[in-house]
Design a protein around this ligand. Sequence first.
Ligand code: SF4
Length: 427
Amino acid sequence: MSAPAEVKGWCPGALRPMLSGDGYLVRLRIRGGVASAAAARAIASCAQEFGNGLIDLSARANLQLRGVQEASLQPLIEALRAHRLIDESAEAESVRNVLASPLAGVGDDAAFDVSAHVRALEQRLVSDVALHALPSKFGFIIDDDGPLSLSTVSADIRFLALREAGAQRFEVRLAGCEAAAVVDACALADVAAGLARAFVEQARTCDPPPRRMAGLVAAKGAAAIWRAAGLAPLPREAKPSPPPQPLGHHTCGASGWLGLGFAFGRLGACDLTWLADMAQRHGARELRLTPWRAVLLPGVDAQAAQEILAQADARIIIDPSDARLAVIACPGAPACASAEAPTQEDALALAPLARALAPAGVALHVSGCAKGCARPAPTPVTLTARAGLYDLIAAGRACDAAALSGLDLDACRAALRAMASSEGVRP
Ligand code: SF4
């Protein structure tokens, strides 16, 4: 078996790892976001044996093993392959970018169980080599309209299960397009493949070719894409959904599920092993991965939830009002070679002040450089590291113009306090 391809700065996978400040980052795309307790244990063991023991849960519900040294790459790939945790090729793992409702098939709060459609789409993307030309970040969402809506997570092609009597159908939307089509559930993989193929063919006619659906829709309009896939969309308002709240215990039928959050999505191998043990002992023997830095344990009733929480350490977040949910940070130094500050450490130190800026949601983004990987969207306050100090950007992104510059941690605290007390930012 040849050594995995090394691509720096590319959207990484397991077979195409990315070199970072702490070694290679190896991203696992867990099928359907469902990891059995056995798979979770295997991943934890691989992280410990071949990496530095740290695992990141990404904003697309992937698990990223960190700190893998070059000599460990091939043995790691072989171990992952033995546990059936990776795809046959780098192209297959790249194109299989499907995010599904994390509670698919759990309880009866969803429009219907979308699990089989998720598997069908994943298989189609892997087997249809024409679709391997899709850009690596091009992604699909399959939302079951259950209690944890994916409407706030971006996707190039989005399917939403419809609540209709006597039929299982999906609404399908393209990023950047107001209209939507309605299709039979059993046609989902064909429809997704048709739209994706239309994207590949039409993007090639643009200079430069757009890498996301919204770019192609902006450049050429959506009509030709729908037409090429044999669909006739109609104007259709997007359904409003409450913000997802995955943390803590939720009753569901006779049982329930438990959501456990991790600041910045950072877990240790021991955390993943502990989650696998808890799933094995109290739940449905599996973990559900979410795009909200939280892991769900399905099949956990209130009594079992209490027993699990009694053993959880303080790093685990279960309270939706926890100040750590007010901050977001990229891996920073020393994990990323481009980082100019230890972002996660600094973000945790600033979290209580960040919560005072806004009662809910992310109020502070701490970025190791102007690239702003952790949050492309604007944030009430962004701190962008530069030469060990921070620039402060109000209501902007990491690369935007700074209102204040050269702040150490104490100066950041003073600026956040002033903003929270409405004194604003004084340049
Ligand atoms: S924002 Fe910069 S420092 Fe942070 S992970 Fe991305 S490239 Fe690295």
